[in-house]
Design a protein around this ligand. Structure first.
Ligand code: ZN
Length: 99
């Protein structure tokens, strides 16, 4: 579970679908910021709203997430000879369960 709520309004302001990557967020910001800037025909309100959406969307996208390989457990099951199953530390997240 991620500590921050999904910023659906910020994604909508940036014109993005749910769960955008940081790269997609930054691309949208670069694409939209010029037109929204008060010096280029935009309004201060629109620019401030867009800037806030960018910050909130980036904060959400930057949060640590559960490791996809070990599903946040930090361990991977390994089958060994004789039918015994042991666990090894996940190398993707180094056992933290978060990436
Ligand atoms: Zn892992």
């Amino acid at each position: 579970m991620l500590p921050l709520k999904p910023p659906t309004e910020a994604w909508a302001i940036l014109g993005l679908a749910a769960e955008p990557t940081l790269a997609q967020i930054n691309d949208a910001w670069r694409r939209l910021r010029s037109a929204a800037h008060p010096d280029r025909g935009g309004s201060l309100g629109a620019f401030t709203r867009l800037k806030g959406a960018h910050i909130v969307a980036c904060a959400y996208a930057s949060q640590p997430r559960d490791c996809a390989l070990c599903a946040g457990t930090g361990l991977l099951p390994t089958k060994v000879r004789g039918g015994f199953v042991t666990s090894v530390t996940c190398r993707t997240c180094a056992g933290t369960g978060r990436v």
